[in-house]
Write a protein that binds this ligand. Structure first.
Ligand SMILES: [Zn+2]
Length: 403
């Protein structure tokens, strides 16, 4: 494929916007009670998009916690494809940070809470829209920028977008180090409870020890992880896994524990379904019951998040690959990520969704930064992928002046 000349982006605008966004605290109040939430950062982004002539709405997903939806209406939606760009506005807390909301620029990096996760990505989205406007490029299909709340907790923001918006494809702009992420794992949270029978500590004939029975569950889970899950694999994601997260049980030293509960997390490959995960856990419990008439256990699945596997033939992948080559002059790298992303919620609604964003480090950590040059490159690629995917009308040549 030939290389097209990329659309120029405004580095100063992008850098200033990253700084401005980092300066506005938007810690998720569901994680840190009393934290300010996404309201102010949403208004800042809404203003920036309005200035670019976009059609902007604020849509609350919880009191005082809006999504921002900014639309560049397509000039000929029937001829062009629509594209949704998505990034979250909330951040995690600031434990261990000296000045989390004072952006510091050093050696091409911008430090601060939310810099790489993911306010720089939001600035890149706005920067791409600004570049199109400055170049006089009007996409044929709709371009929807969605700046969403609550990704760091329950993903209320993207869940609302997935329920109400449609597009021919989506890009979640989480930091990927400018690599194209085409797969991520899912997860299932489950609670197992073993039931015993309370009795005085001396009364071994009556007492049934629920904690000892949970011990067998733990040993069986370890074996399942080591012997079964270790044999499964994905070229980009490695193997699935299961681990114990929380455990509780017992009433005192001289009482047989009547119950014990265990919270576990099963990290899944994209092809593993909730039903399969449930059935495997049930089978583990059933096999323990076959050896012990006193063994009683229940299983409750409390949260399910699907994994992501992008169809390698998806048009958005081709467009993103081509845009990357236009901007960077070489082929992009393709990766998978172990962690879960909002992308899966959009993909579940039938919207082909990939993840692509800038470079940096320290998400959720005490030292967080983004590489500013990568943010500029990200914006260039986003502008270019909009052109390639949504289409643009050929420029009208002005007729030569009559003389
Ligand atoms: Zn994030």
């Amino acid at each position: 494929m030939s290389r097209r000349r990329p659309i120029a982006v405004d580095r100063v605008l992008i850098t200033r916007l990253v700084e401005e966004l980092v300066r506005i605290p938007s810690v998720n109040p569901s994680l840190i009670p009393g934290a300010p939430g996404e309201g102010e950062v949403a208004r800042c982004l809404a203003t920036a998009c309005e200035r670019l002539g976009m059609v902007v709405t604020l849509e609350e997903v919880a009191p005082g916690r809006p999504n921002v939806v900014a639309l560049i209406p397509g000039t000929e939606p029937a001829r062009g494809r629509s594209l949704l760009l998505n990034g979250h506005t909330d951040t995690v807390g600031t434990a261990g940070m000296d000045a989390p909301f004072t952006p510091v620029l050093r050696d091409g990096r911008l430090f601060g809470r939310g810099s790489v996760d993911m306010k720089a990505s939001l600035a890149a989205m706005v920067g791409a829209a600004a570049a199109l406007r400055d170049a006089g490029v009007a996409p044929l299909g709709d371009v929807l920028l969605t700046f969403v709340a609550d990704e760091e907790h329950l993903s209320l923001g993207t869940a609302a977008i997935a329920a109400t918006r449609r597009a021919d494809a989506a890009i979640v702009t989480e930091a990927t180090g400018l690599r194209i992420c085409v797969a991520h794992k899912g997860f299932v949270w489950a609670t197992i409870r073993t039931d015993g029978r309370a009795a005085h500590g001396s009364d071994y004939e009556t007492g049934v020890d629920a904690i000892v029975r949970m011990g067998r569950v733990l040993a069986a889970l370890e074996r399942f992880d080591r012997e079964t899950l270790s044999r499964r694999g994905h070229p980009l994601l490695g193997r699935p896994s299961v681990h114990a997260s929380l455990i509780q049980g017992g009433e005192g030293p001289s009482t047989y524990p009547p119950s014990c509960s265990l919270v576990l997390e099963r990290r899944t490959l994209p092809a593993e379904t909730e039903g399969e995960v449930r059935a495997e856990l049930r089978e583990i419990l059933a096999s323990l019951g076959r050896d012990d008439p006193h063994f009683q256990a229940t299983l409750e699945v409390t949260c399910v998040r699907p994994g992501l596997e992008v169809d390698r033939g998806a048009a958005i992948l081709g467009a993103l690959d081509h845009a990357f080559v236009d901007v960077c002059g070489h082929a992009p790298a393709y990766v998978g990520q172990g962690a879960w992303f909002d992308a899966a919620l959009l993909a579940r609604q039938g919207i082909p969704t990939v993840i692509f964003g800038p470079s940096g480090a320290g998400a959720h950590a005490a030292v967080e930064y983004v590489d500013l040059l990568s943010v500029v490159t990200c914006a260039e690629v986003l502008a270019q992928v909009i052109v390639g995917f949504c289409g643009v009308a050929p420029r009208v040549r002005r007729p030569p002046c009559a003389s």
